[in-house]
Structures are given as structure tokens and as C-alpha cells.
Design a protein around this ligand. Structure first.
Ligand SMILES: Cc1cc2nc3c(=O)[nH]c(=O)nc-3n(C[C@H](O)[C@H](O)[C@H](O)COP(=O)(O)OP(=O)(O)OC[C@H]3O[C@@H](n4cnc5c(N)ncnc54)[C@H](O)[C@@H]3O)c2cc1C
Length: 288
């Protein structure tokens, strides 16, 4: 195995583009190193991206948007003085990953590119309308987070491409987001279902919303029908019922010992309702 420590994205791209066999990028390593030690994936080329300038930086841009470096850990996001004020759902989702030890290392990008349908940060990233900057031999492109995973363990990134930044939109006025997951234990488990809601209010009426579900399909889902069910409402009982029905309808989960299809489908609706209520309350507070 060849281990590289590039100090620029250009160098990382060149190494990845020329590498043969299996290539992995090393962000926090909490998936890569576990898979390596368990003989699940032994990369021929391992490219540590933490030495690249800017990868450990959280930037609040002048227009209110955020740029999160690709090696910023969950703990660094949680400890940031103002990020969680803007995006509590994104931060709480990332904070659910693993234990204190894992939090010191794990990244949102690694969570996304590992390609697990049950990845905790990803539904919140999708609901927030986040994008990633993809850099590769042919230049740079911007992708919506929901377009990155293509199936369990798979992404749309081509050979030589990597994510060079994570972008969160400006929070704007009267907005709130939330993420909830169901696990059979109290912590350190993989989501059986995850649900994220991000919305904006005008008065008490929801004017914008995005709803995302995890662990109920081969990839994390953006569910526009669920958002449509609550836009234009004050999140009354009828809207919550319609939200749950739309979430249920979007589910195409697996049936395994951790949750049956029926259970996962039902819980997706329940969690979408609860996350919507929390996001709504947060948006109300933000408006005061
Ligand atoms: C004990 C334990 C508990 C865990 N609990 C949870 C949990 O509760 N919820 C959960 O969702 N996950 C959990 N995980 C999984 C893991 O911690 C997360 O998926 C984490 O976010 C991965 O981030 P990382 O930076 O460590 O990724 P890495 O292991 O460094 O990389 C993961 C993948 O992303 C790719 N990658 C990394 N950076 C880039 C980049 N810039 N561009 C392109 N590809 C890139 C790598 O090639 C690799 O395929 C747990 C893991 C452990 C060991």
C-alpha cells in the first residue's frame, strides 16, 4: 500500500488520477481504517488529505453561507461558537456519529463518501440544501449532496476526483432544521431510520421546506412530496398527517433483523413529524 500526504488539492488529484487499483482518501479514517483492519477494503493507495491547507477551517462567508473544510471533525463543528446557532440540525446530526473518540476524527465528507444509506450527517446535509465542491483532473464542479451517493458504498465521483469543500447555504431569516434517528440502543449504533427537516416561516406559515430520509432506501432520499405536504401550512395536524403519509410513500427499505420494512416505513413518518415539529419551533425562536 502506498501512503501519500499531499499538501495541495492539485497534488492529491494527480496522485489519485495516476493510481492503480483501490484508492481511498483519508479524512478522519473512522471508516477507512476500520475497513482496512477488518480486511474489508485494503487500499492500494491511501491519500491523507489533512495536510492540505484550509481543510481544517470553518469559514462564515460575508453572504452568510458557510464553508466547512473537508477534514473538520464532528467535535470541531459542535464546538464552533456560532455554527450550531445557524444550523442546529446539521450539527446535531454530525454529533450523533460514534463516540467522543470518533467525534475527534469523523468528518461530514467521510460520512457522505462512505456511501452508507444510514449515514447520520447526510439527511441533515440534504435537508439543509448543502452542496460539495468536487475537484478533479477536469476542473471543479458543484454538486448537491443528494447527488453524490449512487448506492450503498458508491458515489458519483470519478477517478481522480475528490471533495475539496462542503458548503452550507446562508441560514436567512426565520429558519430552523432538525435531525432525528431511531436506533435500538441509546448510542453507538447505526440508524434504523433517520429523518431531517429544514424549513422557513413567514409569520406562522411554512414558506420553504426540505425533508430527507435515511436508511429507508439504497441512498439517502430527498422527499419533495413530504416538503410539499407542509409548505403553506402552520404544521397543523392535517399537515403532519400528510407529511407522514408522504414520508411513508417514499420508503423502499430493506427487511433485516434491525427493522422490518413495515417498521422502518412507519418510523420514517413518525420521525419526519417529530423533526418537523422541532425545526418549526427553532424557526419560531429564530424569528423572535
Ligand atoms: C465506533 C464507530 C461508530 C460509528 N458510529 C457512526 C454513527 O453513529 N453514524 C454514522 O453515520 N457513522 C458512524 N460511524 C462511521 C464513521 O465514523 C462515519 O461515517 C464518519 O463520518 C466517516 O468520516 P471519516 O472522516 O472518518 O471518513 P474516512 O474513513 O476518512 O473516509 C470515509 C470514505 O470517504 C472517502 N473520503 C474521505 N474524504 C473524502 C474527500 N474529501 N473526497 C472524496 N472522498 C473522500 C474515503 O475515500 C472513504 O471511502 C462510526 C464508526 C465507528 C468506527
Amino acid at each position: 500500500m502506498q501512503y501519500h500526504t499531499p499538501t495541495s488539492f492539485e497534488d492529491a488529484i494527480e496522485i489519485a488520477a495516476q493510481a492503480d487499483g483501490i484508492t481511498r482518501f483519508l479524512a478522519g479514517g473512522t471508516d477507512v481504517l476500520v475497513q482496512l483492519r477488518a480486511d474489508i477494503v485494503t487500499p492500494d493507495t491511501l491519500i491523507d488529505i489533512k495536510g492540505i491547507s484550509g481543510t481544517k477551517t470553518i469559514t462564515h462567508n460575508d453572504d452568510g453561507s458557510w464553508r466547512i473544510g473537508v477534514a473538520v471533525s464532528g467535535a470541531e463543528m459542535t464546538e464552533h461558537p456560532t455554527l450550531a446557532r445557524d444550523w442546529p440540525g446539521v450539527v446535531e446530526a454530525t454529533d450523533l456519529i460514534g463516540s467522543t473518540q470518533v467525534q475527534g476524527r469523523c468528518t461530514m465528507v467521510g460520512n457522505l463518501c462512505n456511501g452508507s444509506p444510514a449515514a447520520d450527517a447526510v439527511p441533515a446535509m440534504v435537508a439543509a440544501g448543502m452542496t460539495v465542491t468536487v475537484s478533479g483532473p477536469d476542473g471543479t464542479r458543484e454538486l448537491a449532496v443528494e447527488d453524490v451517493p449512487t448506492g450503498p458504498g458508491k458515489t458519483c465521483l470519478a477517478k481522480g476526483e475528490l471533495i475539496s469543500a462542503v458548503n452550507i447555504p446562508a441560514r436567512g431569516a426565520n429558519g430552523g432544521d432538525a435531525y432525528l434517528r431511531f436506533i435500538p440502543r441509546t448510542e453507538m449504533d447505526i440508524a434504523v431510520v433517520g429523518a431531517a427537516v429544514n424549513l422557513r416561516l413567514e409569520g406562522d406559515t411554512i414558506t420553504e421546506a426540505r425533508v430527507s430520509l435515511g436508511a429507508v432506501a439504497p441512498t439517502v432520499l430527498l422527499v419533495p412530496q413530504a416538503a410539499d405536504a407542509i409548505i403553506g401550512t402552520t404544521l397543523d395536524d392535517a399537515a403532519l398527517t400528510a407529511l407522514a403519509q408522504a414520508a411513508n410513500a417514499a420508503c423502499a427499505p430493506i427487511d433485516d433483523k434491525r427493522g422490518t420494512i413495515k417498521f422502518r416505513t412507519h418510523v420514517a413518518g413518525v420521525l419526519a413529524q417529530r423533526a418537523a415539529r422541532i425545526a418549526y419551533e427553532r424557526a419560531q425562536k429564530a424569528g423572535k
